[in-house]
Design a binder for this molecule. Structure first.
Ligand code: NAP
Ligand code: MG
Length: 480
């Protein structure tokens, strides 16, 4: 298929006003880190420096937790309807400043502007709207007539959806009357710092939200702090395990949203072109940096050849390049470290005998890039079929019967998400019942809604975010 050429359509970055250097956001103010250390956040699309960001130490985390504890007294006693006003105000400001947030997210993360503009930021605002609506209705959360907040929540988030993960964590915590100390990922701190400005703009009482940037030691300090009552973590299974060990035997409640290896299952009767679109979206959305990515394609044997041919044709039309260009489908890999991990796993696929195919696309010479990649001739024992790649790499397996599809889909340490493509409703219900995955999409993929709980089975973690269940994770009541 001939590739249609488009003229460049870059989104302007003039809407973003970066400061040369950022402090930590503690007790309603930007303050310098106690040790005076900073690091540089870079744009992964061209490796240019964006801003200097503070390295938070254990002493800074302590100041943040103390501020959150002081704020908790007033915030938790405030009537829910009053707390809701702040959350609505934050949601509206996020909408008003949506373009600024989207451009900044794309600069700091490398994801296409199309996605930050149409998915990340609108959903972040939607999460605040949703939980604003809960703040005065906590007695309907299913936890008895008078659920109480847990206290200070320590929240540690990854780099793949920086602002959206912040919203998933902060909105339900605040609605329930908790206060927070949040540690953004080291490579993507800038939208969290812009959110700190939004908290000031919304007149949120000082100390209700504290943002401590830094590396993994900063995250570990949040987790270890005795004054934290709840830990909410999204990230890798390896770090999740360490966190579970660190809090074992303490009073702290924990929710863990970890890795995944989602199966996207295509039956022979599926609407093929729709399924191709869904499979492409399932793995190449956000460069595959998605915990619930459909990174394993399970396609029924009778249509496998034709499906793979159509998939390759569609992959050939994906536009890879400048994340700020409005026509870009696939942006930059978030860091050199992540690029190295993706490359190493793709190499292992070739070494173990799978066949690798890559879309023919010119990659920019600077920055971190990986072409959309498809593996066929994959065995279940291959690393690319078992390990989370967290990149734009799809591994294809085939099956003959629904029970074989279920067995293969469930043959993983993870259990976060799965997709089913068939015209047959009874087959959808059977599959959805038997798949061990927290979310199962039918004839669609990667759909998110603040009212819908999200979370994993097995080594994908425990606890749910979103909806009433996500609120319950920040409350204690008579029926917890
Ligand atoms: P990661 O290495 O686990 O890091 C996640 C966060 O934890 C970062 O802020 C990180 O800081 C911090 N951290 C690292 N070591 C820590 C420690 N010992 N104690 C406390 N905090 C620590 O994961 P990542 O590479 O950023 O993200 C990719 C992973 O996240 C993938 O496996 C993906 O599946 C998972 N993920 C899951 C979901 C979900 O909802 N289930 C959503 C998104 C991503 P640094 O930034 O300094 O490393
Ligand atoms: Mg960055």
């Amino acid at each position: 298929m001939a590739r249609i050429e488009y003229a460049p359509a870059p989104e302007s970055r003039s809407v973003v006003h970066l400061r040369p250097s950022y402090g930590l956001f503690i007790d309603g103010e930007f303050v310098e880190p106690t040790l005076g250390e900073h690091y540089t956040s870079v744009n992964p699309a061209d490796e240019t420096a964006l801003a200097e960001v503070s390295e938070g130490s254990a002493a800074d985390v302590d100041l943040a937790v103390r501020a959150a504890r002081r704020a908790f007294t007033r915030w938790s006693r405030m009537p829910g309807a009053e707390r809701a006003k702040y959350l609505y105000r934050i949601a509206r400001i996020l909408q008003e400043r949506a373009r600024e947030f989207a451009v900044l997210e794309t600069l700091d993360n490398g994801k296409p502007i199309k996605e930050s503009r149409d998915t990340d930021i609108p959903l972040a605002a939607a999460w605040f709207f949703h939980y604003a609506g809960w703040a005065d209705k906590l007695e309907y959360a299913g936890l008895g007539p008078d659920p109480r907040p847990l206290g200070v929540a320590g929240q540690v988030i990854p780099w793949n959806f920086p602002m959206l993960m912040l919203a998933w964590k902060v909105a339900p915590a605040l609605a329930g009357g908790n206060t927070v100390v949040l540690k953004p990922a080291q490579t993507t701190p800038l939208t969290a710092l812009l959110f700190a400005e939004v908290c000031q703009q919304a007149d949120l009482p000082a100390g209700v939200v504290n943002i401590v940037t830094g590396h993994n030691d900063t995250g570990a300090a949040v987790v270890a702090h005795k004054g934290v009552d709840k830990i909410a973590f999204t990230g890798s299974t390896a770090v999740g395990r360490r966190i579970a060990e660190a809090v074992a035997g303490t009073h702290k409640r924990v929710t863990l949203e970890l890795g995944g290896k989602g199966a996207n299952i295509v039956f022979a009767d599926a609407a093929i072109d729709q399924a191709v679109e869904g499979v492409v979206h399932g793995i190449y959305f956000n460069q595959g940096h998605v915990c619930c990515a459909g990174s394993r394609l399970l396609v029924q044997e009778s249509i496998a050849e034709e499906f793979v041919a159509r998939l390759k044709r569609r992959m050939g039309t994906l536009r890879v390049g400048d994340p700020l260009d409005k026509n870009t489908d696939v942006g930059a890999i978030n860091s050199s470290m992540q690029l190295a991990r993706i490359s190493e796993l793709a190499d292992s696929g070739v070494a173990e005998g799978a066949t690798m195919w890559q879309a023919d696309c010119a990659l920019p010479s600077r920055g971190f890039w990986f072409a959309p990649t498809l593996f066929t001739d994959v065995a279940q024992s291959h690393r690319i079929a078992r390990e989370e790649i967290f990149g734009p790499v799809l591994s294809t397996l085939t099956f003959r019967t629904p029970s074989e599809a279920i067995e293969k889909a469930n043959n993983t340490q993870y259990g976060l998400a799965a997709g089913i493509w068939t015209e047959k409703g009874s087959l959808i219900l059977k599959m959805a019942n038997e798949l061990r995955a927290g979310v199962v999409w039918a004839n669609t993929y990667n759909k998110f809604d603040p009212a819908s709980p999200f979370g994993g089975y097995k080594e994908s973690g425990y606890g749910r975010e979103g909806g009433r269940q996500g609120l319950a994770a920040y409350l204690e009541g008579d029926r917890a």
